[in-house]
Each structure stands twice: as C-alpha cells, then as structure tokens.
Ligand binder design. Structure first.
Ligand SMILES: Nc1ncnc2c1ncn2[C@@H]1O[C@H](COP(=O)(O)OP(=O)(O)OP(=O)(O)O)[C@@H](O)[C@H]1O
Ligand SMILES: [Mg+2]
Length: 357
C-alpha cells in the first residue's frame, strides 16, 4: 500500500526517488520542516526495499540524554551501570538485516556522533560495558529538521558523520508547495479517523469556502497540522470555527512563522494571490495582459483591506499608509467593492497611528 498520499509533481518526484533508492542500501538523510512526512518517507523506503520483511526500528535521538541514548542504540552488558541487572541488546542489534531510523539526528551529542561514525565505518560496535564486538548489517536512515550544514559550521555536528549519513538526501517538500494534494489528504484523514472518532465522513459536508481557506493558508505545521484540523472538524461536526480560525491566521499572518527562516509575509501574500489568479490555468488560458490586470486588482484589494483594518477603517490614514491619494483610494474602494461599513474594520485591527502632516 502506498503510504504517501499525493499526486502533485513534488510528491511524484519524491515517490520516484524513494523507488530508486529503496533497494540500494545506501544511507539516506531525510530532511524537511516539521510535520512534512519525514518518518513516513523513512517507512516507505523500508517498505519498498528488499529489507521490508526485516525490522524497521525507530529511535528518537532528541528524546533521550546522551548516555541513555547510547545504551538504547548499542545495548549494554550486565553490570555496565547501576541498574543494569541483565544484559540488553540495543536497537542496532534489533534492526539487524533491517533498517534503523535515527530521527532528529541533529540533536545527537558530539560524543555519540563519534561512536555512530565508527559503527557506520566498521559495521560493528561494542555494547556499553562490553568487550566483544557485535557485527550488524543495518540500513541507516536518518531524519532531521535542522540544517546540518549550518550545525557543522557552528561545531554542533561532525562533518565526517554528515558525509556518511548523507549519501542520498531526500528533501520532503513543505505542504505549501503542493497545495493541490490537500483534497486527497483531507479524504485520507477522514477515512483514517472515521472509526476511532466514530464519525461518518458523509455527514460532514466540507464547503468550497473551507478548501479556499486551506489553499490560502501557509501551513507552517505542514501535513500534521492539516491532519489536526481534520480531526477537529470531525469532532466538532461544524467547519465554521475552523474557517474563522484560518481566515484570521491568513489575514494577520500569525502562526505563519514557518521553521524555514526565510518566510516572509509579503512574499506569502503574493504567492497566495498568484495561486489564486492562476487557478484553472490549464482549462482556460488567459492572455498575459488579463492575468496582470487580475493579479493587480486582487493584490490591491487585499492590501487596501489590510490597510483599512490597520487604520480602523480611516480612509485618509489608509491612503497615507499606501502612499496614494485620498481620491485614488476612494476610486479603488468603489471599483473593488470593498465594504467600508462602520465597524467592519474594527475587529482584529492592529492600529497604526499615521502622523498628521
Ligand atoms: N503525504 C502524506 N500522506 C499521508 N499522510 C501523511 C503524509 N505526510 C505526512 N502524513 C501524516 O502526517 C503526520 C506527520 O508525518 P510525519 O510524522 O512523518 O512527519 P515528520 O516530518 O516526521 O514530522 P516531525 O518533524 O514533527 O517529526 C503523520 O500522521 C503522517 O502519517
Ligand atoms: Mg518525525
């Protein structure tokens, strides 16, 4: 069964890459923002490989402090430390002939990184407190949301280990770059939770308005965030609270602080306008002139509304903020059909005081 849902180009490329890599046994580094599906990619790699009938063992390197993580990975001998009343094999031994998934590898301590490097070089290691070498045949798949090259610069990650684990790098694209997959993912999550939440997806009529909100949103928490919204919708049985929440996030650009550092509200606004005006391009191809006109009108409307919101509906102040004349804003408000009823722009307003000239 295909674990990875999606038909967008970035997902098709991802699936092809997984297919090409799965049987090679080369170490893979899966990277990407939080919630994009890194673990799913790791499981998919294992599932499509010739090791699929052997174990897939996951270890979260961020969850345990250094020494505990060492004994978790490599096991220990009886009496290795206080409390070690019995010998215990580590995850590397359990994963023999299969794959080990080292999640959040960027959080591993430098001393453990050195030990891991040795294991990758020699395919053997010693249990904690042991003297005997244990030989294993394990496929190593790592994941991180860190930029390991930056961590190397800062001295937090070993460069030699980086080259060992990063033979094949798979970058999982953020959801905002493959929004056309949203409807498929929504169906998938509706089916996934119908039994555990005891809900019939047919009772939940999801509107175009909701999908429009989904397609405008920046998705800083990626697929996991979408999954959470679907669970919320199923439990509430009402999409209005979700629409309101997303609309307010879309307008304010809040919670849109994505883990990638170069996220910028203005760029996001432009991106969502572009995706809006280019929707359905394949069915009905417009002239470049028409597209330009449509994009300009759409962008101006959004920005004027935001300026009015910030000035609590004061048209003169909004015109100053936008550096256009009072007359020009009045024309645009009329042409774009912007509602300027009193009180319309008082909610959610972050007021800006415009100096009087
Ligand atoms: N393409 C997809 N198809 C179906 N489910 C997906 C997809 N991508 C992610 N998911 C689901 O979204 C959730 C988050 O995915 P996953 O745990 O793999 O992300 P992650 O990148 O490892 O996140 P984190 O960085 O927080 O560890 C999971 O429930 C996963 O099943
Ligand atoms: Mg994960």
């Amino acid at each position: 069964m295909d674990l990875i849902i999606g038909r967008s180009q970035p997902i098709q490329r991802l699936k092809n890459l997984i297919k090409q890599v799965a049987d090679t046994g080369l170490n893979v580094l899966v990277c990407g923002e939080s919630g994009v599906g890194k673990e799913l990619v790791a499981r998919s790699l294992h599932g499509q490989s010739n090791r699929s009938t052997k174990p897939f063992v996951k270890v979260n390197c961020a969850a345990l402090p250094g020494e505990l993580l060492e004994s978790e990975l490599f096991g220990y001998e009886k009496g290795a430390f206080t409390g070690a009343s019995e010998a215990k094999p580590g995850k590397f031994e359990i994963a023999d002939k299969g794959a080990i998934f080292l999640d959040e590898i960027g959080d591993m301590s430098l001393s453990l990184q050195a030990k891991l490097l040795q294991v990758l070089q020699d395919s053997e290691f010693c249990r904690v407190g042991g003297i005997r070498d244990v030989k294993v045949d394990v496929w190593v798949i790592c994941a991180t949301h860190h930029d390991l090259e930056v961590d190397i610069q800062k001295g937090h990650f070993r460069e030699d280990l980086f080259y060992r684990i990063n033979i094949i790098k798979i970058k999982v694209p953020p959801l905002r770059e493959r929004k056309e997959d949203i409807p498929l993912l929504v169906n998938h999550f509706l089916e996934k939770y119908m039994t555990s939440l005891n809900r019939n997806p047919a009772d939940l009529r999801l509107s175009q308005e909701l999908f429009d909100c989904f397609s405008k949103y920046h998705w800083p928490g990626n697929v996991r965030e979408l999954e959470n919204y679907i669970q919320k919708l199923m439990v509430l049985g009402d999409e209005q609270p979700v629409i309101e929440e997303l609309e307010s996030k879309n307008l304010r650009g809040v919670d849109a602080v994505a883990p990638d550092k170069d996220w910028d509200h203005e760029e996001y606004l432009l991106d969502s306008i572009i995706s809006d005006v280019t929707k359905g391009l394949s069915d009905n191809f417009p002239s470049l002139k028409d597209i330009k006109k449509k994009a300009q009108a759409r962008a101006e409307k959004v920005v004027i509304e935001e300026a009015l919101r910030r000035t609590a509906g004061n048209k003169r102040d909004a015109a100053k903020l936008l550096q256009i004349s009072y007359k020009a804003i009045l024309y645009k408000i009329r042409d774009y059909g912007i509602n300027v009823e009193p009180g319309e722009f008082l909610t959610n307003s972050i007021q800006v005081t415009i100096p009087r000239s």
